[in-house]
Design a binder for this molecule. Structure first.
Ligand SMILES: NC(=O)c1ccc[n+]([C@@H]2O[C@H](COP(=O)([O-])OP(=O)(O)OC[C@H]3O[C@@H](n4cnc5c(N)ncnc54)[C@H](OP(=O)(O)O)[C@@H]3O)[C@@H](O)[C@H]2O)c1
Length: 245
């Protein structure tokens, strides 16, 4: 039986992923800040096949609470086969430009909190010498754009951190996966006009579970974001400065 931990378990992408693991009969440990919604999701996952669903509440910005949570996870499960880090916000870029406090707060939620969590779980994975750590970054982290560079820079930090952690953990049989979704139709993007490039949370969930099963390192979801970002990353600065992205 797989033992799966999800941080940010009330996220639409996380919930879809949890459903896949529940259908496989995995034991789940869900972490989110909204206890009421978390309980509803846990009840649903039991109906969908999860034999046991542990729940814990955490605001990821309460970094001093991370150690307690991690202790609780390993005490409950014994070991962890898959850890998915899925929490995030889509910051208001204009507000971040106007307020240093807000910019750092959003950087904390989308970047520093994930780095803190991964730093704290890494020794546990080193000790158990197996498992998968999947971290949801974003294509936005591949290149800062004027419309959302606070979010992009936080995700870039997550991507670089995960790259280093992957190299370290490869030596002890632990796989670290960087998940880079493009546009996904979730509550985070509810105000956006949707188009052909948009994916559903279920599509991303399938990609995450597949990447974890296959021992992948970096995955763009859906796949077509790989060539798109290849192009965006290589646009010369003198052209990029003139674009409005
Ligand atoms: N949607 C996209 O287009 C897209 C694209 C690329 C990457 N991503 C990434 O995918 C991941 C999942 O996002 P989603 O699209 O599924 O969005 P979502 O449904 O809005 O989920 C975001 C989740 O993050 C949680 N969260 C936010 N701040 C938190 C905090 N301080 N402490 C604990 N939990 C917190 C939210 O909890 P509450 O429910 O309590 O607010 C919510 O469960 C995120 O990392 C996001 O950056 C999304």
């Amino acid at each position: 039986m797989q033992k799966v931990v999800i941080i940010g378990a009330t996220s639409a992408i996380a919930e879809s992923t949890a459903r896949l693991y529940a259908a496989r009969g995995a034991q789940l440990f869900l972490v989110a800040r909204n206890a009421v919604r978390l309980k509803d999701i846990a009840d649903d996952l039991r109906v969908r096949g999860a034999p046991e669903v542990f729940q814990a509440t955490l605001d990821v910005n309460d970094v001093q609470d991370h150690a307690r949570l991690i202790e609780q996870i390993w005490t409950s499960l014994g070991h962890v086969d898959v850890l998915l880090v899925a929490h995030g916000t889509l910051p208001d870029q204009a507000r971040c430009e106007a307020s240093v406090e807000w910019a750092l707060r959003e950087f904390g939620t989308n970047g520093a909190s994930t780095i803190a969590l991964l730093t704290a779980v890494a020794p546990r994975f080193e000790t158990q010498r197996k498992g998968v750590i999947a971290v949801i970054s974003s294509v936005a982290g591949d290149r800062g754009r004027q419309s959302n560079y606070l979010y992009g820079s936080a995700k870039a930090a997550v991507t670089a951190f995960a790259s280093g952690l992957r190299q370290r953990m490869a030596k002890v049989g632990v796989n670290v996966i960087t998940i880079k979704p493009g546009f996904v139709d979730t509550p985070m993007t509810r105000d956006f006009k949707k188009g052909a490039l948009w994916a559903r949370p279920d599509d991303i969930a399938l990609g995450i579970a597949h990447a974890a099963d296959r021992g992948r390192s970096v995955v763009y979801l859906p796949w077509f974001w790989l060539p798109i970002m290849l192009i965006i990353r290589h646009v010369p600065e003198f052209i990029f400065k003139r674009l409005k992205l």
